[in-house]
Each structure stands twice: as C-alpha cells, then as structure tokens.
Design a protein around this ligand. Structure first.
Ligand code: TXE
Length: 479
C-alpha cells in the first residue's frame, strides 16, 4: 500500500514523485511505499499550516478541546485497525500495541484537550509602582514535530496534541520506518473536524524531509524524539535561527536492585523493563545493577524467566517478543553482542538471531542477558536499543550511584528498595530526568518528561509541553 502526504486536509503524492520502500519487519519484506518528501513538499505543508494559523489560534479553548477529545475517541474506535497497522510496520506484538501504544495515543489527545482548558498564566502586581504585569501565553506559530519508530503513534501524538491544543499549526514527520499509523491519523483528524492545515504530515527520510523541516526558517519550534547524534545535528542546524528546541534523545538507564526490595515484584517488572517492545524503549532499564548478596539468586531467577519469553510473529497472541524494527537495526544490535563477547562479557542467555518457520526473513532476536565484569565496557556505556541487557553486582550504595551516573546519558533510573532514606538519597543524586522507585514506566501525563546530559534538553508532558509550544509575553500596565 502506498502512503501519501497529508497536507491541508488532503492526501497527496510528493511533488518530486520520489518514493521509499516500507518494510514489514515480521516477514522482512517490502509491503508499500512512502513519499520521500522534498523541500518543496515541506514548503507546501508550511504554507497550509501558515494559512490555517490565524483562525486556529483564535479558536476558543472549548472548541479546540472538543476537537482533540473527538480525535481521542476516534482513535479508540479504531483501536484494532491502528494496533494491527502499528504491529505490521514496527514488528511489535499486536497485543502490546492494543494495550499500550494506541490507548496512549488516545490519552495524549484527551489529556491535552483537557489540559488546555486549565492552562493559566501569571500576573505580578508591582507593589508601590502602580503597575500590573500579566503574562500572555501565545502560540508559537507553525511548529515542527519529528518522531521515531519505537513507539510510533504514541510519540507522534505526544508532540502533536500539545502543539495544536496550544493553538499552533503543525508540520509533522513520523519515522520513515513506521509511517502507517501517522497516515491513518490524518483520516481521523478529518473525521474529527480538525480544520484543514492545522496538522500536516509529510513523510520521508530524516536527511531529506526531516532536514527540510528543521531548516525551514519560518518553522519556529522543533520537538524531536530520536537518536542522540540526530538530536545534536538538529541543534546545530536550528541554533543560528534561534528556534525553540525540545530534544528527547537516547538513554542507558540503570536498574538498581537492593536486597531489601519486594523480590517477586522486582523480578517481574525487571523482565518488562528489560524487554518490553523488544527493548526498544528509551526508558528501558538496560543496565541492571544488583546488590552482591542477592546477585547469584537474581541471576538464576532472571535467566529462567527470560528463557520463558516467547519470540514469535507479532500477530500471535502468545508472542512476548516480536521482531526488531529493521534489518539495519537488527544488525546493529547483533554487532553489540559480538562486542560484548570481545570485551569478555558472558552471554547468560540469548544472543542469537531467531528464524521463525514461515517468516525466515523476519528480524527476530532472542532476549539477551550479558554479565559484564566492569561498568566501563562499551555494552554498558552505549545505547543498544534492543532486547539486550547487562547485569553486574555492586557492593555499596556509593559504588552503584557512581556507576549509574558514569554514562553520557541521563534519561531514567529505576530503584528497587524499601529503605526510605536510601530512596531519598539516591533519588536526589541520580543524574536522570525520571526516577522510578519500586515500579517502571508508570506514567502520569501531568509530570515533566525528559532527560539530562546526552538524553536531551527540555521537558515534555503536562503544562511543560504547553509552555514549550507557547511564547510567554509580559505586558506591563501602569495605572
Ligand atoms: O533514529 P533517528 P534512528 C536511538 C537508538 C537507535 C538510534 C538511531 O539508539 O539505535 O537512536 O535510530 C528523523 N533532520 N533512538 O536512526 O535517525 C528520522 O527520520 C531531521 C532512541 O532510527 O534519530 C526520524 O523521524 N530529522 C529514540 C527521527 O529523526 C531527522 C528512538 C528519529 O530518527 C534527521 C529511536 C535530520 N537530519 C531511536 N535525521 C528514543 N529516544 O526513544 C533523522 N531524522
């Protein structure tokens, strides 16, 4: 099936008529094509967004809110169709897309549809000077949203929903690897009555279409989620134009396990935080540090549980681990398993490509646990972004804190302990944007979301996102 751009409420072929293949990772075959949109297509999308901006930014909050909530409802109505499309494009189990990805995309629209009605700005009375200041929060204008392939509709809508709720018009690009649900979103927005031009979706490669969005001088803000090196490149391009930037980048998150934790709960959650979505979540706890006194027990139990995970075709209901997103990504992840062996890591389970009968060309990989001798090895320092975790023991709280913070990333950390004082000490000192204690990936959409260090700049979520997508203007009135 061929996907088209969605510009000004209409589906269109790319002006250049340049197309790229779209693969189904479960079978390793091309099943459609998407536009490789050029500068001219991005310009066309920009013009549509610009033309829609005045009316949309003047649309009452009640009407905006109602449209966003309608989009949310239609996403729910189309749950199965969207989940199947997501799974086919990405390789993730359909069940996972049904339980997580699509419901979350619906929540994103519902949440920001509600949040915009509660978004308020400040006023400051200048006492003794007969003056009052108030802050206007005005939409930025036309903004760019660029999203990755791991949680396609989930992350695409996480950016678009706050952007349009705040009164902006959007030029958005999903990952070229997973374009399908973004395409379906266009249809849903039309059905929900979103005015033409408020959301425009251009498909294509990062270096062509993504680059054209970032380079466009009148697209005033860029919200990006993806790899750290892409984020650095985008920052370099955008900086001389003084664009607002929100960058949510990679992670290499520590999962710190103390002996006093609720063991069974920890074990079950650790399987999930290691391998959910084939380990392709920026929040996965890919470095597992276990207090030495329970390390041997944990090792045995964890390996046993992980060996029970079923690698299978994403549409089978018994599948725990589907396909990795692409051949090149599979090769990258496999190359890290070789690096681990070279570095003296011990593969405790997994490590091999899986060939499924009937789907021999699919991109399947066994969930892999590597015991490492030092936290400084490459597999413990670099983002692998697949079903691969490292484990190693630690002796003291000071040691594990030091190892946790000794990576270039700082997105999330998970802590398993029932010791309150230790929880407080470590939560304060871990270099991360998010710390989960005795849980993982429990999300409340009002909270700030993002990372420190090479995991990015800026925060998404709640009013943080609405602040990003608005400009604060102070008005000072003397009376
Ligand atoms: O991401 P890219 P890739 C990490 C993970 C993965 C690595 C690379 O480690 O192995 O990044 O993945 C668009 N200007 N994460 O190569 O390239 C691109 O088209 C503008 C972590 O797939 O960063 C896509 O829409 N845009 C991550 C988006 O950027 C450009 C999730 C992300 O693609 C561009 C995914 C350019 N020059 C990968 N080049 C997370 N934090 O969740 C590319 N793009």
């Amino acid at each position: 099936m061929n996907i088209q751009n969605f510009i000004n409420g209409k589906f269109e072929n790319p002006i250049s008529n340049d197309w790229v293949d779209n693969y189904c990772p479960a079978i390793g075959e091309v099943y459609g094509q998407i536009p490789n949109s050029s500068k001219a297509d991005v310009e066309h999308a920009y013009q549509a967004a610009k033309d829609a901006f005045h009316n949309w930014s003047q649309t009452t909050l009640e009407v905006r809110s109602r449209i966003l909530i309608k989009i949310s409802e239609l996403l729910e109505v189309n749950l199965l169709r969207l989940a199947e499309a997501e799974s086919k494009d990405n390789g993730k189990p359909v069940n996972l897309a049904k339980a997580i990805d699509i419901p979350r995309a619906a929540s994103n629209f519902r949440f920001f549809g509600n949040a915009i009605t509660q978004f308020a700005s400040e006023s400051h009375e200048s006492v003794g000077q007969n003056a009052i200041n108030y802050t206007l929060r005005q939409p930025v204008g036309v903004v760019g949203c660029i999203s990755p392939w791991n949680l396609p509709l989930y992350l695409f809508t996480w950016k678009i929903a706050p952007a349009i709720a705040a009164g902006n018009c959007v030029v958005a690009k999903p990952s070229e690897v997973t374009p399908m649900t973004a395409h379906l979103l266009g249809e849903i927005c039309n059905e929900a009555g979103l005015p033409k031009g408020v959301l425009n979706i251009v498909h294509g490669l990062g270096t062509t279409t993504g680059q054209a969005i970032v380079e466009h001088p009148e697209i005033k803000a860029i919200s990006f989620t993806g790899g750290t090196s892409t984020g650095a490149h985008i920052a370099r391009v955008a900086a001389p134009m003084f664009k607002k930037l929100s960058l949510e980048l990679g992670g290499k998150n520590p999962n710190i396990i103390f002996a006093d934790c609720d063991y069974d709960d920890m074990l079950e959650t650790t399987v999930r935080s290691s391998f959910a979505n084939q380990g392709q979540i920026c929040l996965c706890g890919s470095r597992i540090f276990v207090e030495a006194s329970i390390f041997e027990k944990f090792k045995v139990d964890f390996v046993k549980k992980v060996k029970q995970l079923k690698v299978g075709h994403p549409s089978e209901s018994t599948t725990d681990i589907g396909a990795l997103v692409s051949k090149s990504h599979l090769e990258k992840v496999l190359s890290y398993i070789d690096i681990a062996k070279d570095e003296g890591g011990e593969i405790l389970c997994g490590g091999n490509r899986v060939t499924l009968l009937g789907f021999e060309n699919g991109y399947y990989l066994e969930p892999t646990i590597i015991e490492v001798e030092t936290d400084e090895c490459r597999v413990n320092q670099e983002e692998i972004f697949g079903p691969v975790v490292t484990i190693m023991p630690f002796e003291t709280e000071a040691d594990v804190l030091q190892m946790s913070n000794k990576v270039k990333y700082g997105l999330a950390a998970t802590l398993w302990t029932n010791n309150l004082k230790r929880t407080m000490r470590l939560s304060n000192q871990l270099q991360a944007g998010i710390v989960w204690v005795n849980t993982w990936m429990l999300r409340d959409l009002r909270t700030p979301f993002g990372g420190v260090k090479a995991s990015g700049v800026g925060r998404e979520g709640g009013f943080e996102a609405l602040r990003f997508f608005t400009e604060a203007k102070n008005v000072c009135i003397k009376y």
